[in-house]
Design a protein around this ligand. Structure first.
Ligand code: ATP
Length: 581
């Protein structure tokens, strides 16, 4: 397929904010795509090179792209840099510069998606001496053959910043429209669809379920093209991370019992970080809830699971908690979050900040998926195969009860031990990857918080110069666009020993800086903060339409992907709730 066909769709999607219109354009492209290009098209549509579970990045800096534009166009480096300063988007700069060049030479060759994809992948794989020059050549080669609009998106593909919002939901629906046997009549004038709702919802569920298990749009697209029965065969495999199941929130024990039924399984809600642990062919792999592999950061967990869990292949769902052995108390998440990011002196840090693994679910065992087995069966199996070793690996502490007093006593015991509250679970329920379900709920000690992504900041002055301060926060909407909700500067410390500091946050954000204008910095949405606030107000100032009153930073949520931050509906819900208070 020609790269220009993909570029046409990028352009159409960029020009509309309507989700159904985007879905229509993507599905039309998918219908035209032959089998050998599906893999590439599905990835490039979302600006990716690898499936969602594979976190490899191209990691090319702006400067290198500037050089490539310079090489391909012959335009002076100073001039290109000046244009970049004026326009602020390297994609648009490339478009403009290439347009001038083409007017001068009237020459260009047709680019294919396969060629563009091949060069992008090479960019990622290239390392060592001379690799910078070779990378410039790879980008320049594409730009030299590109038409102006193609140049714009080549640069955006290279920088992995597509700037067109194709959220997971839109892509999933496009697969349904293109490949499932349900007729979707799209009315372009009214931007509406006519469809048999029941059939349509079933088709969406089948595609979503395959996605949640495989985390791989390419596998799902190829299966969907073959039909629903092929999609139903997509399953979980030890070694490939799957999306975790999430919990809804309840206000009190009564609501908890009402939601999950009785007798309920009540468990400590540990305040650590989620670990999905896979064993396959004798090898252990550990993934965070962002599905990033962190195996090498936790050698003691690998050892403990090898020694204390029976079986050759399995997938466990766990919460890893820092533990203060002296005080017999669990430590809050922020104390141990640094272990996730640590790349050196790992053994030393493991000794200083030991981790207790609390296993609370099992999703796969001995070659068989357990997703559809009732929780009580999964718990029984866990208790059979895990040999508990206090402060190393234990099965999550639980009580099974229908009595409210007993449940409240258990909740109080949990909080006294330093936990966040309790989880209540329906004993007959299945495991639904990627869903926030009502049959597993959380009851927590109260705090008004939401998770927001940082999209901007300001360079500080005086004693704060050299640090980023005043961070612009954003939530996400259904289309995967980030909408601003306000700024925060409170809660971050000046001294590193006191907690999350300006210095640490600045270093974390630096690689994601997109653009600087004076003191103002635009940041690629990558880093998530948990924010406490007094109130949410309606506000014309910010693109979400809401603003936070008295926000303060609680902690860095580096276990969260940007797409997992609070969505606009959660902000609206919090706003409506406070009106009722
Ligand atoms: P929160 O900020 O409340 O942790 P969240 O959105 O990060 O919420 P939720 O799924 O809503 O995540 O809350 C459940 C989280 O609690 C799980 O992701 C898991 O990391 C953690 N957890 C701790 N103990 C348990 C347990 N016994 N069973 C299930 N999850 C547990």
């Amino acid at each position: 397929m020609k790269y220009s066909s993909l570029v046409d769709v990028y352009e159409k999607i960029e020009s509309t904010s309507k989700r159904l219109e985007k879905t229509h354009h993507i599905s039309e492209l998918l219908k035209k795509t032959n089998e050998e290009d599906i893999h590439t098209i599905v990835l490039l549509l979302r600006g990716r090179l690898y499936p969602d579970w594979d976190k490899r990045k191209i990691g090319v800096a702006n400067k290198l792209v500037l050089k490539a534009i310079n090489t391909a166009s012959g335009a002076g480096a100073g001039k290109i840099e000046q244009l970049w300063k004026e326009i602020g988007d390297l994609g648009l700069v490339a478009e403009k510069v290439i347009k001038r060049k083409i007017q001068a030479t009237l020459f260009s060759k047709d680019l294919t998606v396969a060629k563009v994809f091949a060069n992008l992948r090479k960019l990622n794989e290239m390392e060592g001496a001379g690799s910078v020059d070779r990378k410039i050549q790879l980008i320049a080669e594409l730009l030299s053959s590109a038409k102006p609009k193609e140049a714009k998106y080549i640069v955006r593909n290279v920088l992995e910043d597509l700037r067109v919002g194709i959220g997971e939901g839109t892509m999933r629906d496009a697969l349904v429209w293109a490949y499932m046997s349900v007729k979707v009549d799209y009315n372009a004038e009214k931007t509406s669809i006519d469809v048999d709702r029941e059939k349509y919802n079933d088709a969406v569920d089948i595609v979503q379920s395959a996605l949640d298990k495989s985390n791989d749009f390419t596998t799902v697209a190829l299966a969907a093209k073959k039909g629903a029965s092929e999609l139903k065969k997509v399953s979980i495999t030890p070694g490939n991370p799957i999306k975790v199941m999430l919990a809804q929130k309840v206000a009190d024990m009564d609501e908890g019992f009402e939601k999950v039924g009785t007798p309920a399984d009540i468990e400590f809600k540990y305040d650590g970080f989620r670990m999905q642990i896979h064993k396959s062919k004798g090898k252990i792999k550990i993934f965070t809830r962002r599905l990033e592999e962190v195996t090498s950061q936790f050698p003691e967990v690998v050892d403990s699971v090898k020694k204390n869990v029976k079986g050759d292949n399995f997938i466990l769902d766990c919460e890893a908690v820092g533990y203060d052995a002296k005080k017999e108390k669990y430590l809050a998440f922020q104390h141990i979050s640094q272990r996730i990011r640590r790349k050196y002196n790992i053994q030393e840090l493991a000794k200083k900040m030991p981790i207790e693994l609390n296993v609370f679910d099992i999703l796969f065992y001995k070659g068989e998926s357990l997703l559809n087995k009732p929780l009580k069966v999964r718990i029984k199996l866990l208790e059979k195969i895990v040999s508990e070793k206090k402060l190393s690996i234990v099965v999550a502490k639980r009580a099974i009860t229908s009595k409210k007093e007993e449940a409240i006593k258990f909740y109080e015991e949990s909080v006294k031990k330093g936990n966040e509250g309790v989880m209540l679970k329906n004993l007959d329920s299945a495991y639904k990857p990627g869903s926030r379900v009502g049959f597993m709920v959380k009851l927590k000690t109260a705090m008004n918080t939401l998770d927001f992504v940082i999209v901007g900041a300001e360079w500080g002055e005086g004693k704060r110069s050299g640090w980023l301060t005043s961070f612009t926060l954003a939530c996400i909407n259904d289309d995967g666009n980030f909408l601003e909700t306000g700024k925060v500067g409170t809660g971050i410390k000046e001294k590193a020993e006191e907690g999350l500091s300006f210095g640490e946050l600045t270093e974390t954000l630096k690689p994601h800086i997109k653009q600087e204008k004076g003191k103002e910095v635009t940041i690629k949405p990558e880093i998530v903060l948990e924010i406490q606030f007094d109130e949410i107000q309606k506000s014309p100032t910010y693109s979400s339409g809401y603003a936070l009153r008295f926000p303060r930073v609680v902690q860095l949520r580096d276990d969260r992907a940007p797409e997992e931050c609070s969505d606009l509906n959660m902000v609206k819900e919090a706003f409506e709730k406070q009106k009722k208070r």
